[in-house]
Structures are given as C-alpha cells and as structure tokens.
Ligand binder design. Structure first.
Ligand code: FAD
Length: 408
C-alpha cells in the first residue's frame, strides 16, 4: 500500500525532507505552501545591503515538487483535522493524509510591536528586505537602532529558552550597514545602537565566540544594550519595557516569532505559543502520524536553517523507517552553525554547541568565510533547494582551522 504524505511548507525543512524521501515507491507526496516560491532567507540581508535582486533569493515550488515526483498545492492552511487525518485548506478543500510533516516555519509577528508598520523596517522576507534597501538608500546619516523583539515559548518540550529567536540577522544587519555607511562616507554622521532582549547579545553561543565578536563590534563603533525588551517604535524613537527610549532615524527589527495561525486553529496540535511539540525523532508528542521540522517546532532553539535541516533529516528518516521499515534515524544533536556577512568581503563563521552543553565554540572571520557563504547560498539557489554535497560544514571548519589557512 502506498502511504500518502502531506508536507506543509517548502522552506529549508520541507524541501530537505522532500528530497530525502523522493523516489520511494511506498510514499506519495503532496507539498503544500501558501507561497508559490521558496525563499532563501539567509540571502535577504544581501537584498537589503548588497543590491542582490529579490528574484535571486526565491525559486518556484511547483517545478521543484514536480521534479521530486510530488504534487504541489499552492494554498494557505486553515487547520489540521487530526481526528480525520485531513489538512483543511483555506479554500475549504481537504487533503487526506496517512502521514503529515509540518514544516511551516514560524510566523514573524510584526504587528505585536506598535508602530512597526509605520516607522519600522525588517529584513525577514521578500517584502521587508527590499523595503529596507530603499530606506537605506535614502538614509543620509543619523541614528540607527537595530535589534530583536523578545519571543515567548511554550512549555511542552525541554529546550534552551532564548529571549530572541535568532540574532544572526541582527549581527549581519549591523555589520553590513556599518560597512555601507563607511562606503558612502556618512558613517561619521551616523550612530549604530543594537539592542538584545537577552542578558547578553548572541545568547546562543559561548565565551570563545563572544571573545571573537566583541572586539569586532567595538571596532565598528557599534554600541550594544542588553536586557532591552522593545515595546513600541514611534516617529524618531524606540521604547523599551524598562522605560528607556532611544532616538532613532532608522529602526530595523527582527520581530517576535510565534507559531502559524493554522496551528492555533487546530486543537491539540501546538504548544501555548503555536510551536509543534515533538520528541527527538521529530514525531508529535500526541499524534503518532504527525511529524514536524524546522522553525515551527518547539525543539528548534535558536530558529536556524542549520537546525531546520538537521531536524528535516531526522523527520525524513523517521518517516522512511515508519513507512518502509528501513533506514537508520540520526541522533538529535543540535548545534549553531552560521556564517554572518559583515559587509564587503568579510564574514564570520560560527560553530558552537555550547548552548547544548557541548565543548565546541569557535568563530572564524575571513574573506574565506564570506566565499563559503556565497557558495552555500548560490548552491542552494541554483540547485533549487539542495544543500552542497559531501562538503560538510564541520569538514570546512577543520580546513579553515588548519595552520596554512591561519597564515593567510
Ligand atoms: C533575515 C534572515 C537571515 C537568516 N540567515 C540565516 C543564516 O545565515 N543561516 C541559517 O542557518 N539560518 C538563517 N536564518 C534562519 C533560517 O532562514 C530559518 O531557520 C529557516 O528558514 C527555517 O526553515 P523552515 O523550513 O523551518 O521555515 P521557512 O524557511 O520559514 O519555510 C516555511 C515555509 O512554510 C510556508 N508556510 C508558512 N505558513 C504556512 C501556511 N499557513 N500554509 C502553507 N504554507 C505555509 C512558508 O511560505 C514557507 O515556504 C535566517 C533567517 C532570517 C529571517
């Protein structure tokens, strides 16, 4: 018998699982997404600051699904009727499933911060990043404030509870803006202040990475405030829960993350904040035929592409084992791996599992890291959602740490 699998979401996690399961005769796959394109989010800061065309950070999902032998349904999801094993689409149509993989990411809740729509900017999607590019182009010097809003998490699974969902984009925006203002020779007429809701900026990495980033932030003349919880953006200022206000001519915000609306509309599917509670095999804690991967899971902390891919590999292996009885399921071992562009040809590569009790905590700043990010993002875009083969990030890290590279 052929099992019907519906994958919700054609982002990092959904496509990784789709490619991991494609071609299996035992599985019939339908991919559903409210967008008709997949968005390469790690490239969005380049849309805002490096003139990258927005069409180079998204690609059509129908062709990707077709090539993987899956059906594509472009529709938002209204709710999941778990008792009937059906996905209820916004049109009212229903998709029957034997297995469901939820990879719908997290919702960026811009409206949770009063004044954001009128006075704020962001970089998190293909509407906000080009809008920020226009604002940066018009900026002729002044006060810039950049930071993350505080997100709240549910209580059903045990995972590190961070104040901010992912501060990598904040780091990229501040460094790339600093470089851009220097290039235009208006940096001396501008200030850049960064806020974090956490007790420390980049709360998901350990002391060695902080020791590497601290001097770079200071050298760029960027001021950082911690334990700052944004409450509103007004004309010319940003307000915080502690009563402080910071003057601002350009405010860039990573908004709070929450679960998608359809999860809230589906009784018993999400935790208190709409994230899907799973075990370490990415199986729903209460619904055995429902799996999840990526930013939309309660386990994913921080919300990072590298973790989304790792979870998708585990979810795909779990589904394969469940349906075909074959294959091994990888152990859940989250780690932080990201490359943060710093403007021009500079970037910092970060590899750390300090947050999860591990002993890896490294940062490497070099044009080589910048070339690696360019390579990863380009590969993902031009192969329509595939990760570079064989060259695992850890192997690359080892190469970067070798003595001849250190001498460059
Ligand atoms: C600006 C920025 C830069 C980043 N840079 C990096 C980086 O350099 N490295 C890194 O590792 N991570 C980075 N991240 C994080 C990374 O992009 C996310 O962790 C990753 O995209 C999560 O993948 P996902 O598949 O879970 O969700 P997503 O990529 O968000 O995909 C979710 C998919 O589900 C669809 N969907 C959502 N709701 C519905 C619905 N109701 N109905 C139907 N479909 C729906 C969406 O349209 C989307 O296609 C960055 C994030 C941002 C915002």
């Amino acid at each position: 018998m052929v099992a019907r699998l519906v994958i919700i979401g054609g982002g990092f996690a959904g496509l990784r699982a789709l490619f991991g399961l494609k071609g299996l005769p035992e599985i019939d796959i339908t991919l559903a997404d409210s967008r008709d394109t997949s968005l390469v989010k790690p490239s969005l800061p380049e849309v805002a600051f490096s003139g990258k065309p927005v069409d180079h950070v998204r690609f059509p999902l129908d062709r990707v699904a077709g090539r993987a032998g899956a059906r594509f349904v472009r529709s938002g999801i209204e709710r999941i009727a778990t008792a009937d094993n059906q996905v209820v689409l916004e049109s009212g149509e229903r998709l029957d499933y034997d297995y469901l993989l939820i990879a719908a990411g997290a919702r960026k809740d811009y409206d949770a911060i009063p004044g954001y729509r009128e006075h704020g900017h962001s970089v998190c999607d293909d509407i906000e990043a080009p809008r920020l590019a226009r604002a940066v182009e018009q900026f002729s010097g002044g006060r810039v404030v950049i930071g993350s809003a505080r997100s709240e998490w549910g209580t059903r699974v045990e995972t590190p509870l961070l104040q901010a969902p992912c501060e990598g984009p904040v780091g990229e925006v501040m460094f790339m803006l600093d470089a851009e203002l220097r290039r235009r020779e208006i940096r001396d007429r501008s200030s850049i202040r960064v806020f974090s809701p956490g007790e420390e900026f980049f709360e998901d990495v350990g002391p060695d990475v902080h020791a590497a980033l601290g001097p770079a932030i200071a050298e760029a003349g960027i001021e950082v405030g911690t334990a700052k919880v944004i409450t509103a953006i007004g004309p010319g200022e940003v307000s915080f829960a502690d009563g402080d206000t910071w003057p601002s001519d350009l405010t860039v915000l990573i908004p709070p993350y929450r679960g998608p609306d359809f999860v809230f509309a589906s009784a018993g599917l999400g935790d208190e904040k709409g994230f899907i509670p799973t075990d370490h095999r990415m199986r729903h804690l209460d619904h055995p035929n429902v799996f999840a991967a990526g930013d939309g899971t309660a386990l994913a902390s921080p919300k990072l592409g590298h973790i989304a891919i790792h979870q998708a590999d585990i979810a795909a292996a779990s589904l394969r084992r469940e349906i075909t009885g074959e294959g091994d399921i990888p152990e859940y071992r989250p780690e932080i791996f990201c490359i943060m562009n710093r403007g021009g040809h500079d970037a910092t590569l970060i590899l750390s599992n300090h947050l999860y009790g591990g002993d890896i905590d490294r940062a490497f700043s070099s044009p080589i890291a910048h070339a690696m990010k360019w390579g990863f993002d380009s590969w993902y875009y031009y192969t329509r959602g595939h990760m570079p083969p064989d060259l695992s990030e850890k192997a690359l890290m080892e190469i970067l740490e070798s003595s001849w590279i250190q001498k460059l």
